[in-house]
Design a protein around this ligand. Structure first.
Ligand code: BES
Ligand code: ZN
Ligand code: ZN
Length: 495
């Protein structure tokens, strides 16, 4: 466990100092002796011609100094470059077993400081649940000199700690095996988490209630498993909410997706333990929002089921009645995410959401289209385009808008039923068009297909392997933005 200490001034007794640089320029200028300035200039010159490299440690002014390149990676925005710099610094300090590392950050802007902290926290995450002899993590204390910014930085650090706690929760849930996190176990964990956060209420819709209320998507998908499907509903309704907006989050929570009778091939199937990443992100985001006391009404719907083969499993060609009254032909049992989401979307709309965002590891087609670094999103609302664009850039999560083009909608027509759960072409778009069937025109809605970005099999940015926690921070950014927007006052309206 790493620790942070923020103070106006920090004594020079730290075991090492860290210095961030971009090309030949030191960032967040530090006060150095004349001689040290020359030394630093020499090191940066050596960096530029390849004699020295990122994370080299050089004695400057009598202090071991870690030189951290804050512009190393290609294609990342400036905040993400700082996150990466913080991440690499965190790993390096741990590797060198430095007990204390001093950072001079008084000149950093709020967003820059926040980015470095996120990077340090990312370097501190590991998932050791299944190791019989886990290595005990070395604890580094980062001493941050903040001067006049001390108060601001303390506030930011408290926020980052909450965000990272819940990003950690999201990752732990996704990294837990399919057999250990079945729908019932997930729901139990959600109850435990919700009870720790004041202002958050939770209800579980079990199969009896689902059947009574007509939530047949979850029941259809979960029918082949000995673990019962359920919907977890969370509500956060703060008294100081500034507007009448109600943001609903809907998460795909397939605790495992074998494909069902339309069985998936063995290769890559084990990654389908991450098919509940949407639900994990949504749970984490609403918990974090309540903990951070964001003044916005938010609700969340986790659609939990296991898609498995069994004697009760839904058969290809079966038809069921969805919550909106339409009949749906299950042409392919592996296209199950959209079926469970239909229930979550209907529940969100029924509860009066003005804005709905769903997160789902929905299609292999999205993975092929945008690869593992970029999340594709669809929306029926210009307001949400702006919200997603701004929040995702600040959160260093790349999003790209995909077309919600109804010319493809014909492919979802079925001979016998009102709708089929698959079409013939444009896989990711068809999935989004299927979801759109459950959203009235006056509800602002965005669908995020995180199939490529939720789980990484190779080192990517600050994740070596496994869950990335994608979505949590962009959601928090959107919530903050929505909560800040003031409704026009009477005076404005008169003018
Ligand atoms: N969970 C998968 C999508 C997925 C693929 C997530 C790769 C993460 C990585 C989803 O349920 C699925 O199987 N979708 C099918 C739909 C098809 C049958 C129309 C797919 O994309 O192949
Ligand atoms: Zn599937
Ligand atoms: Zn799936």
């Amino acid at each position: 466990m790493m620790k942070l200490k923020i103070a106006k001034h920090v004594a020079d007794s730290a075991e090492a100092h860290a210095l961030f640089f971009v090309k030949k320029a030191v960032q967040f200028s530090s006060v150095l002796s004349e001689e040290a300035e020359l030394q630093v200039a020499k090191v940066l010159e050596e960096m530029s011609n390849g004699v020295s490299e990122d994370l080299d440690i050089v004695e400057i002014d009598g202090h071991k100094t870690i030189f951290v390149n804050a512009a190393k990676e290609c294609g990342l925005n400036s905040l993400d470059l700082l996150r990466m710099a913080g991440y690499r610094l965190g790993l390096r300090a741990k590797q060198k077993h430095y007990k204390t590392v001093k950072l001079l950050l008084a000149d950093a802007a709020d967003e820059q400081f926040k980015a470095i902290l996120h990077g340090l926290y990312y370097s501190d995450y590991s998932f050791k649940k299944y190791k019989s002899n886990p290595k005990i993590d070395f604890c580094v204390i980062f001493e941050i000199e903040a001067d006049a910014r001390t108060k601001d930085f303390e506030k930011i650090a408290a926020e980052v700690a909450v965000e990272q706690h819940y990003i950690g929760l999201c990752k732990n849930l996704v990294n837990t095996t399919g057999s250990d996190l079945n729908p019932e176990a997930f729901a139990k964990l959600a109850i435990q988490e919700a009870h720790c956060v004041p202002g958050l209420s939770i209800t579980i819709l079990n199969p009896r209630i689902l059947a009574k209320d007509g939530f047949n998507g979850l029941l259809t998908v979960g029918a082949g498993s000995r673990f019962e499907p359920c919907m977890v509903k969370l509500t956060y309704n703060p008294k100081d909410a500034v507007s009448d907006k109600h943001l609903a989050l809907v998460g795909k929570g397939l605790t495992f997706d074998t494909g069902g009778i339309s069985l998936k091939p063995a290769k890559g199937m084990k990654e389908m333990q991450s098919d509940m990443s949407g639900a994990a992100a949504v749970l984490s985001a609403i918990c974090a929002a309540a903990e951070l006391k964001i003044p916005l009404k938010i609700s969340a719907y986790l659609c939990l089921a296991e898609n498995r083969i069994g004697s009760g499993a839904v058969l290809p060609g079966d038809i069921f009645k969805a919550k909106n009254g339409k009949t749906v032909m299950v042409d392919n049992t592996d296209a199950e995410g959209r079926l469970v989401l239909s229930d979550g979307l209907c529940a969100a709309v029924e509860n009066g959401a003005t804005h709905v965002i769903d997160l789902a590891t929905l299609t292999g087609a999205m993975v092929r289209a945008l690869g593992p670094y970029i999340t594709g999103y669809f929306t029926n609302s210009d307001e949400l385009v702006d919200l997603v664009k701004n929040a995702s850039a600040n959160a260093c999560e790349k999003f790209w808008q995909m077309p919600l083009d109804s010319e493809y909608a014909n492919e979802l027509k079925d001979y016998f039923a009102d709708l089929s759960n698959i079409g013939k072409s444009a896989g990711a778009i068809l999935a989004a068009l299927f979801l759109k069937e459950f959203i009235p025109d006056d509800v602002k809605w965005s669908h995020w297909d995180i199939a490529g970005t939720a789980f990484t099999e190779r080192p990517w940015k600050y994740t070596r392997y496994g869950a990335t926690g994608i979505g949590v921070q962009t959601l928090l950014g959107i919530m903050r933005e929505m909560s800040e927007e003031k409704e026009p006052s009477e005076k404005d309206e008169e003018a």
